[in-house]
Write a protein that binds this ligand. Structure first.
Ligand code: TA6
Length: 299
């Protein structure tokens, strides 16, 4: 276990060989989860951001930009940014308030079956943001075994209804975007963000990538697939609970050049399939909790 400036965190939360806090990029703290199978995950306290997920074969399944910033107050480019309480543009900073904040590590554990878990928390208070004056607590659980389970929970700690959108803006690694596809969305309605959210209906079994793509699919099945992410033809199965929408995004050539924290050619190596509740989102009465689960597995 790395004994360094995170000594105190490691004393409280470290589990020998399974959980430790280390110095990540930009000197930021990251929580490293290691499963007995060899699977591993890394979670920055900044944004409770899962930046790496390696399966037991040692293969990295998430994309992380080589040009990502790792700075307090800035979003990490790649991995699993958490979007809350606003998806996209609006009165709040793009994609909301939580991907740029420092979260707290609340608990860690290893179950008798060997499942390694870390739980992160963030409290938002009325005074924090004039455009979103709410008391709200978030809990995010990252659970690792043969799958990666990401469980996001929000509690309305205030006295008025809490309206929010939420998403896991997951960047999957792809060996070659031209061979990747997204399946499970045939027949579903979508809003095309490249055409002022014009409505359409998907007609393809598998959505290929040959141009910029940015669509919000509505009321999607609880199981989706990202195919062809590895050169051997492997893919990822995504299962969700309580996340009715899915966003499919690849910036392609021109948009990539406009993103400062993203390499010009990196669009070839990633695909975002975001699991979320976006349209219309959730309205949570005072005192109540909302919980969502996203489970990723290699197939
Ligand atoms: O989820 C898709 C999207 O909203 C796109 O429109 C695209 O801009 C992307 O997210 C990335 O947003 P970001 O603020 O991280 O640059």
């Amino acid at each position: 276990m790395e004994m360094n400036k995170w000594n105190e965190l490691n004393r409280e939360f470290g589990i020998l060989g399974r959980v430790c806090v280390k110095t990540g990029c930009g000197g930021l703290p990251k929580v490293v989860l290691a499963h007995a199978s060899g699977a591993a995950a890394e979670v920055y306290l900044l944004g409770a951001h899962v930046a790496s997920w390696k399966t037991a074969d040692g293969k990295e399944r998430l994309f992380l930009s080589g040009r990502s910033l790792f700075e307090e107050g800035k979003a990490i480019r790649g991995g699993v940014p958490l979007v809350f309480p606003q998806f996209g543009d609006g009165p709040l900073p793009k994609h909301g308030l939580v991907r740029t904040r420092s979260w707290k590590l609340l608990r860690t554990s290893v179950s008798s079956a060997g499942v390694v878990e870390a739980v992160f928390g963030l409290a938002i208070a009325v005074a924090d943001c004039a455009a979103w004056p709410h008391d709200c607590t978030l809990e995010y659980t990252v659970r690792l075994d043969s799958e990666l389970v990401l469980d996001l929970k929000a509690v309305n700690a205030g006295t008025k209804p809490l309206a929010f959108q939420a998403a896991l803006h997951t960047y999957f690694a792809a060996d070659d975007i031209h061979k990747a596809g997204v399946c499970g969305l045939n027949g579903r309605e979508f809003l095309d963000s490249l055409k002022n959210r014009q409505r359409g209906t998907e007609t393809r079994e598998s959505i290929p990538f040959a141009a910029e793509t940015d669509r919000i699919y509505l009321d999607v099945p609880s199981e989706l697939g990202v195919t062809g992410t590895t050169s051997e033809g492997g893919g990822i199965r995504i299962r969700t609970r309580n996340l009715p929408d899915a966003v499919v995004w690849n910036p392609w050539i021109e948009k990539s050049k406009k993103l400062d924290d993203f390499g010009d050619d990196e669009y070839r190596r990633m695909v975002c399939v975001e699991t979320g509740t976006v349209i219309p989102g959730v309205t949570l009465p005072p005192g109540l909790a909302w919980e969502s689960v996203t489970t990723l597995a290699v197939v």
